[in-house]
Design a protein around this ligand. Structure first.
Ligand code: FAD
Ligand code: FES
Length: 291
């Protein structure tokens, strides 16, 4: 990845300037995925003291000093104004450096950026949330918000699929959510281990049984693009109107604020107009290979 000065001009430029945050906690979710809790570093008083407010589905640009910046969704509670939680899979240079962060270390944060999931628009409807693998972190803020305002929504179903039991994130929380009577949680893995007693198969196989009124449901889907395409097909087959299906897309990003064009997807900039889109807007674009 380019250094920040190559990719973004000077870091002193207003909206491109990361704000310093400090790592409070860092813990492993799986062998290659970790979560990190960040709080704003104590500054000179010129910035607001808390963490910036965000909408479920938005992302921050996280800057690992000396390595570069990457877009990472916010996976914590939108009602928590003090700290930011991010959940990151280690895939390359920047995410590897982020994975080495320890309490007390500094990280730069720009954001929040992008659109969010249409949580308010889903009020009054049934809700079906479908996540594959590392697609759950960008949807967890939706669950926090919906469960905090549970009466505003009809039936709520979470369908989660991971490649194997070891690759499931947020295990303890999934257990807690499964024990709730006001949330239907179904989990499946592509490959079972000996001790796995749950469903085996792709997450899309859970759609037909999801206990929602399909015609009235709003669906939010996040995961690999192939999974999102098949999930949307399964939802439509179940009777969910196509215009009530939303998906979150990933594209390589540099500026995060609609300036560089790096994340262009057809006529749209994913950083500015996405990452959450109505499925009707992106179903053709999902076929387009990333530049
Ligand atoms: C809006 C948005 C939100 C995101 N939210 C999250 C999040 O919450 N958690 C998270 O872990 N990641 C998230 N990502 C993906 C994350 O930004 C990338 O994984 C990261 O930029 C990789 O940077 P790197 O320098 O570590 O790896 P690079 O050196 O850029 O890539 C290393 C290798 O990994 C591959 N790679 C890059 N990105 C991905 C990817 N997304 N999936 C699989 N392989 C990849 C590359 O093709 C390359 O082969 C998000 C991306 C976007 C656009
Ligand atoms: S990342 Fe620069 S325009 Fe989207």
């Amino acid at each position: 990845m380019d250094s920040p000065s190559e990719s973004h001009g000077t870091l002193a430029a207003g909206p491109m300037r990361p704000r310093p945050f400090v790592v409070v906690r860092r813990w492993d979710e799986t062998a290659d995925t970790f979560s990190v809790e960040l709080r704003p570093a104590l500054g000179d008083g010129s910035e607001p003291s808390g963490a910036p407010a965000f909408r479920p589905g938005q992302f921050n640009m996280l800057y690992a000093f000396g390595a570069g910046e990457v877009p990472i969704s916010i996976s914590g509670d939108p009602a928590d104004g003090e700290r930011l939680i991010h959940t990151v899979r280690t895939v390359g240079a920047v995410t590897r450096l982020l994975s080495e962060l320890r309490p007390g270390d500094a990280v730069g944060v720009r954001g929040p950026y992008g659109t969010g999931w249409p949580v308010d628009a889903a009020a009054g409807h049934d809700l079906i949330i479908i996540a594959g693998g590392i697609g759950l972190p960008p949807l967890r803020p939706v669950l926090y918000q919906v469960l905090a305002q549970r009466d505003r929504f009809g039936r709520v179903a979470l369908l989660y699929g991971a490649r194997s039991p070891e690759e499931m994130v947020f295990i303890d929380e999934l257990r807690r959510w499964r024990s709730r009577l006001d949330l239907d949680v179904a989990i499946t893995v592509d490959r079972a281990t000996e001790s796995w007693r749950g469903s085996v198969g792709f997450v899309t196989t859970l759609i037909a049984r999801a206990p929602v009124d399909a015609a009235d449901a709003v669906a939010m889907v996040c995961g690999p693009e192939l999974m999102m395409r098949f999930a949307a097909l399964g939802l439509v087959k179940k009777g969910v109107p196509e215009q009530q299906i939303y998906a979150s897309l990933e594209r390589n990003m540099k500026c995060g604020i609609g300036l560089c064009g790096h994340c262009q997807l057809g006529p749209s900039f994913v950083c500015r107009d996405g990452p959450v889109y109505p499925f009707t807007d992106v179903k053709g674009l999902l076929q387009v290979a990333e530049r």
